[in-house]
Design a protein around this ligand. Structure first.
Ligand SMILES: [Zn+2]
Ligand SMILES: [Zn+2]
Length: 392
């Protein structure tokens, strides 16, 4: 029994750490202990460590740590890529070692030994495609093709030059300070891929997220079916009801079955919980990016729009309060006018409530068009047309 409690605590702590680390900054966790754990895991612990090193080794120690931080976080490096491969390989190894012995089983045919390997192989292939493909690097040779593919909206993008690359900056592009290059339709720099996510690899990135979500679901369901098969093959329900006299109802049987599973198949249960948690995180991440893709917005643009809307909102508010002030001054000077009814004044909308900023995303041309642009990047089309017109 003690072992089972250790396992349950282990599962809960893993869940808490994973959720706090990855989602602790979400607004729903604001002010909760999950946010505090997130701060500790992301900055707090590191800060204490830095202070500790400074106290023990002096400024030389702190400088050494800061240069390691610069290499890990501000320069392209394969650390997270190696961690991804280790997690994927490790999980597959533990699943194979603990569960392949039960395949084929009561509910599963032998083919899953091979389809699981194939599914992991496709996952690695999508990872390599996203990591090592060109995200749409803007160079002097191809800048014209990106400029013709993406018109300036003169709201969040206007004509200017990249101060580092010294070439015109096409609309929707951004200079990635980690990779030190301008990237077309820049979404974000992905540490896991050690690559930018831009015009030409957003499709691979989305396929990567979707595939890994399905992979986790496949793993969790397969392990679940293995355990259900073992329950059937070993006639656990029959033994519990006939030999141990447990009442044949779900509520009476469930605790005994869970206890038996935790005692006999703890590795499989832990793997199943881990896969379920990761699949939930991937589902959230995929849905967020799918919504962006379907509205033809990039992660970078969501920040730009937020900035634009809050800035415009402030301007409009200032204008509205200036107008309200002017109106009240005019009201004071027209003494002869009958006073406004108190009721009317109460229900009259404040001029500040009229303040509204509309987000007009000119790149959003409807669901199907946006999806088409992810699969067939517009700059590829324009480069094809350019080469065709040259040859023709
Ligand atoms: Zn640049
Ligand atoms: Zn980058």
């Amino acid at each position: 029994m003690a072992v089972q409690w250790v396992l349950v605590c282990h599962g809960l702590i893993t869940l808490l750490v994973l959720v706090s680390f990855l989602c602790g900054q979400w607004p729903i966790f604001q002010g909760t202990f999950i946010e505090r754990i997130h701060v500790f895991l992301t900055f707090g612990a590191y800060d204490y460590f830095l202070r500790f090193v400074g106290a023990v080794f002096g400024s030389k120690g702190t400088n050494a740590i800061l240069s390691v931080e610069y290499f890990c976080c501000d320069r392209p490096n394969p650390i997270l890529q190696i961690i991804y491969l280790a997690i994927l390989g490790g999980t597959y190894y533990f699943v194979a070692k603990s569960s392949f012995g039960y395949i084929p089983g009561y509910y599963l045919s032998g083919v899953h030994r091979y389809t699981s390997l194939l599914a992991v192989g496709i996952g690695v292939l999508l990872f390599l495609l996203t990591s090592f493909s060109d995200p749409g690097t803007v160079k002097a040779e191809n800048v014209s093709q990106y400029i013709s593919a993406y018109p300036y909206d003169n709201v969040i993008y206007s004509e200017k030059e990249c101060s580092t690359c010294k070439i015109p900056k096409p609309a929707r592009s951004k200079h990635c300070s980690i990779c030190d290059r301008c990237v077309a339709r820049f979404d974000h720099h992905c540490g896991w891929m050690n690559n930018c996510i831009g015009e030409r690899n957003t499709g691979y990135f989305m396929a990567f997220l979707l595939w890994h979500f399905l992979l986790c679901i496949y793993g969790a369901v397969t392990i679940g079916l293995i355990l259900a098969g073992r329950l059937k093959e070993l006639r656990v329900i029959y033994i519990l009801t006939v030999y141990y006299g447990v009442e044949n109802s779900f509520l009476s049987l469930a605790p005994h079955v869970v206890q038996w599973l935790l005692a006999s198949y703890n590795t499989q249960i832990l793997l199943m919980v881990f896969l379920a948690i990761v699949s939930l995180l991937l589902a959230g991440f995929f849905s967020y990016h799918a919504k962006l893709c379907l509205t033809n917005t990039t992660t970078n643009e969501t920040f730009k729009w937020q900035e634009y809307i809050s800035w415009q909102g402030k301007i409009n508010e200032a204008k509205a309060s200036a107008a309200a002030l002017k109106a009240s001054i005019n009201g004071m000077s027209t003494e002869g006018k009958p006073p406004e009814s108190k009721w009317r004044a109460f229900f009259r909308k404040s001029p500040l409530e009229d303040v509204q900023v509309v987000k007009n995303n000119i790149y959003d041309k409807g669901f199907f068009h946006n999806l088409h642009e992810i699969i067939f990047p517009p700059s590829m089309r324009s480069s094809f047309l350019q080469s065709k017109s040259k040859s023709g």
